[in-house]
Design a protein around this ligand. Structure first.
Ligand SMILES: Nc1nc2c(ncn2[C@@H]2O[C@H](COP(=O)(O)OP(=O)(O)OP(=O)(O)O)[C@@H](O)[C@H]2O)c(=O)[nH]1
Ligand SMILES: [Mg+2]
Length: 361
């Protein structure tokens, strides 16, 4: 079977260990007493992790990467990673622990500097939902950047939601029309009263959508990610910056990603969930994007790709999806939805042709 099959572990390329079956680090079992933690933020090589969450011993522990972990080339540590800590894990003033292991990630939201850049950066690990934040004005919506964020979320196996902020300043209609056929939930947000920075109209819908989930907010600078986080988590105290009154661009106020636990919502039982605020992005490179994996997010279209030629880009003459949609086999999914998929696929191809400047604008 080809085409619509969901990807699984067998799709992950495993590099054979050139040294045969020898274990990578001989001293790993020594850390059997390591304490598990969740990385909340990273600042100049120092990781702050939450340990013993929801117990009387809950604490934040500052740690550095253990030398053996750095040497093993085990890769980066991102906000959201589950890590194992040894050393001084008391969390006391001036205490410093060591990260000796990074647990396997459930998801990894990746981006590259541009589409040809082989170096991937993991923005956040283990999140299950991405909220792409964009504003009606100040700054103007960058629809292509939104497409790219959605594509990255689906490629990573995450759910995607769009939050459109500043509906008090501009008309949301144009942006809403661009997303109509994508079948993505859109949350429209506005400031209730000028100057009242924590009073966000539409917040209840955000709370309900985030409850029990592990969510990351991504979007350009100045769109109101930190404003939203402050409204959701009253103790967050994230710095909020104005936008340049001439260019309407943000000032890159947030400089690092921070994961915050959401407060419990009355009437919604279960774990309240997490939200991660991230620094504004200018571009979102998708060098790693796999068209077939992206297609799995379009479940109503995916089945039709079984008739596609091998290695189909899903944006070419021979692509079977046009006939599939025209035959009505895709149910309610019409040509507009297929066009939305192709727009996401092209959002990548366009950047290769020097479209990067549009994202940087
Ligand atoms: N009128 C209005 N202003 C808003 C709204 N949301 C955010 N703002 C303002 O937009 C500006 C930027 O908000 P931030 O929360 O700092 O934006 P950010 O996305 O965190 O920006 P970076 O940290 O630079 O990525 C601030 O002046 C906010 O008060 C909104 O819904 N309506
Ligand atoms: Mg911010």
């Amino acid at each position: 079977m080809t085409g619509s099959r969901r990807w699984d572990e067998s799709d992950v390329r495993v590099r054979p260990n050139p040294r045969g079956s020898r274990p990578r680090t001989k001293d790993r079992p020594e850390h059997a007493d390591a304490v598990p933690g969740r990385v909340l933020t990273i600042d100049r090589g120092r990781f702050t992790a939450l340990v013993a969450a929801d117990t009387p011993d809950e604490r934040t522990v500052v740690a550095m990467k253990a030398r053996e972990l750095a040497r093993s080339g085990a890769g980066s540590i991102a906000v959201g990673d589950r890590v194992d800590l040894v050393g001084d894990t008391s969390g006391g003033v001036d205490s410093l622990a060591r990260v000796v292991r990074v647990q396997e990630r459930r998801t990894a939201l990746r981006r590259t500097a541009d589409d040809t850049d082989p170096v991937e950066r993991v923005i956040v690990a283990n999140a299950d939902q991405l909220v792409v934040v964009t504003s009606t004005v100040d700054p103007e919506p960058n629809l292509r950047l939104v497409d790219r964020c959605l594509a990255a979320a689906w490629d990573a196996g995450m759910d995607a939601v769009i939050a459109l902020t500043k509906a008090d300043l501009g008309d949301p209609a144009r942006a809403l029309a661009a997303w109509a056929a994508l079948d993505v939930p859109v949350l429209v947000l506005a400031r209730r009263t000028a100057g009242e920075t924590r009073s966000v109209e539409g917040l209840d819908a955000v709370r309900a959508g985030l409850a029990g989930r592990d969510t990351v907010l991504v979007g350009p600078s100045g769109v109101g990610k930190s404003t939203l986080v402050n409204a959701l988590v009253p103790t967050a105290l994230r710095a909020v910056g104005g936008v340049n009154t001439v260019t309407g661009q943000g000032r890159h106020t947030s400089s690092s990603a921070v994961a915050l636990r959401l407060p419990a919502v009355p009437g919604l039982p279960g774990a309240p969930g997490w939200v991660t605020d991230t620094p504004g992005v200018r571009s979102f490179g998708l060098a790693h994007l796999d068209p077939q994996r992206l297609l799995t997010a379009f479940g109503d279209l995916a089945l039709g790709s079984e008739q596609c030629p091998r290695g189909c880009s899903h944006d070419e003459q021979a692509c079977a999806l046009d006939a599939w949609v025209a035959s009505g086999a895709a149910g309610e999914a019409g040509p507009a939805r297929l066009e939305s998929l192709r727009r996401l696929l092209r959002s990548r191809a366009g950047e290769e042709q020097g479209g990067r400047a549009a994202d940087d604008a």
